[in-house]
Write a protein of this length. Structure first.
Length: 259
């Protein structure tokens, strides 16, 4: 695997030491209208962020060992903890405003079943599908909210999720580079079908938040595909042609160019 994983390990370690700056003590009121609008939607995303990630960790450990890159397991462990921290932030906000957590949701159940059946490459494709859509969803959630706390949480989640997507995309590009052109095209078409279906479902299930945040179906669809093409539109290009130097957006780490 020709990928500089050290800068990712450095990034996740540094991010784990950087607390989220959320003004929990600032007085605020969540309007009844907003609470009604977002409660079920936020609870669904909070549930999705709370996964234990056992299957992902197992596959990352096994794959990392098989290609002589054991640091992939360490990165994945930090990645999972970061996702769980997102669930904690959303959960605290929900508790503060009397919003009940969910123990199950059919959309979350579908994604979890897909992850359990997948190999490492397919699991990453499922994960990046959810996180690309989340980038648009959290922007809508932030834009529609009058809560300073929720807006700060969304800023933190958007920053972290963009790094997650870039990390996942960099690994997927390595997989695509090693595949035949026909296999790569078929896998990408399959992923695009999954992505399109997920966008449609999220739009239906979370339309009240999306519309309030300024996202009509047309805008949401277009924005999700823009995120997809930004990270996966050139999936067959070698990893060296898609350097992950954009980490500067997420931390002060200066990556080197060794692969």
């Amino acid at each position: 695997m020709k990928l500089n994983l050290k800068i990712w390990l450095d990034y996740f370690e540094r991010n784990a030491r950087s607390p989220a700056h959320v003004p929990w003590r600032e007085p605020e009121v969540l309007s009844y209208a907003e609470k009604t609008r977002i409660s079920r939607s936020v609870a669904t995303f909070q549930l999705g962020e709370s996964s234990e990630g056992k299957r992902l960790q197992q596959l990352a450990d096994n794959f990392g060992q098989s290609v002589g890159r054991p640091e992939l397991g360490a990165i994945t462990r930090l990645f999972i903890k970061e996702e769980q921290h997102h669930a904690t932030l959303l959960g605290r906000f929900m508790y503060t405003h009397g919003i009940a957590c969910k123990s199950r949701d059919w959309t979350d159940g579908v994604f979890r079943r897909l992850r359990r059946l997948a190999n490492y490459e397919t699991l990453l494709s499922v994960l990046i599908t959810a996180e690309l859509i989340a980038l648009v969803y959290y922007r809508a959630l932030q834009q529609q909210s009058g809560s300073v706390v929720l807006r700060c949480i969304c800023s933190k989640l958007l920053c972290d999720e963009r790094a997650h997507v870039e990390f996942e995309a960099s690994i997927l590009r390595c997989f695509h580079r090693q595949q035949s052109r026909i296999k790569s095209i078929l896998l990408r078409r399959g992923h695009q079908l999954l992505f399109a279906g997920a966008v449609l479902v999220v739009n239906i299930e979370h339309r009240h938040v999306l519309h309030s945040g300024g996202y009509t179906f047309r805008k949401f669809w277009r924005s999700c595909w823009q995120e997809y093409h930004q990270y996966l539109g050139q999936a067959r290009l070698p990893a060296t042609r898609q350097p992950i130097t954009n980490l500067a957006r997420f931390s002060k780490i200066k990556p080197d160019n060794s692969l």
